[in-house]
Design a protein around this ligand. Sequence first.
Ligand SMILES: Cc1ncc(COP(=O)(O)O)c(C=O)c1O
Length: 376
Amino acid sequence: MELVKAADALQAQGNQVIHLSIGEPDFPLPKPIEQALARAISEHKTRYTSALGLPELREAISQYYQSNFQVQVPAHQIVITSGASAALMYACLALVNPADTVLLADPGYPCNKTFVQMAGGIPDFVQTDEAQNFQPSWGDLLAKWTPQTAGVLLASPNNPTGTQLSKQAMREIVSGVSNAGGFVIVDEIYQSLCYDRPAQSVLQVTGAPSEQTPLVVINSFSKYFGMTGLRLGWMVVPESLLPAIERFAQNLSICPNTPAQWAALTCFAPETLAICEERRKIFKARRDFVVKALPEAGIEFHSTPDSAFYVYAKSPYDSERYCKELLNKVWVCAVPGKDFSGFRGSEMMRLSYANSMDNLETAIERIRLFNQGKAM
Ligand SMILES: Cc1ncc(COP(=O)(O)O)c(C=O)c1O
């Protein structure tokens, strides 16, 4: 955030800053969603809905799981939320008691620790590295498990690394954690932005969450469907958790954004999915480009990102200093690793390719010149 402020100041002085710091797609809202949103507003679909969300949308998501992932998730176990953010908050409030510890992967999404802390819990970080694709195994989690551990919160694909858990790892984690009497929250917000194999869900391994499988799956319309500012996501929960989630939703936000919910019904129409797939291919082309160009520019990374729109790379020296100098000398804005990692944050940085190919080419050329000491 500090760097983005500094970047804005440089931009205001007339410098052409290129952001490799962006955490959202750089495309406009897909046309069918935009039109459905305008229609919802002109038809006055702007009042509160049920706290759990529009029944039609819960049903559409249930069908999406069936058609895209061949998994049966009853609509009543799907809750619509104000982005993945509210879903993460409700999940933590419902599952974490004061003084419980919750295992989080490091590096990971920085807000996760806040959701745990809001519920009175204590985040306990599990260090991961490039050799394991920055995703923990059940063995890593077990090594940190104590009588105070209530459960695990993971993201697959993950931010900042753009790497996924394998289905086998998901299977081992869910079965290990449930045998230990804990819960598993899996954030699948980047699920459909993946480039080397079909999108996957932990639900394909476990089936719908149940008493035997204390699992909560989080998802969002923000990334693949490009609806970041419309604040809409969803969560899949065991039936036993529904009353608690409903009370949190009623009390904390009343309901998710109503016009956005009506607009989201078009997300699963073939014409919208065709646009989102086209954009996924554009992200893949950018991923292929940056993965090849960055090492040639002197930036190393040792785990190939196969999803999301981030590369978690080694910084040539202390990442906070490097990112500041990169911004001030060549107007390229990257994010130092300390935002995502308490262990090796100073060695790492996150580069986002949610930017046009022209900008990516220019940014990486500037990085190359900077690294070779040839920049202005
Ligand atoms: C891993 C992860 N989870 C959750 C979120 C929050 O997303 P939303 O816009 O759906 O609230 C983000 C946003 O960047 C994210 O990267």
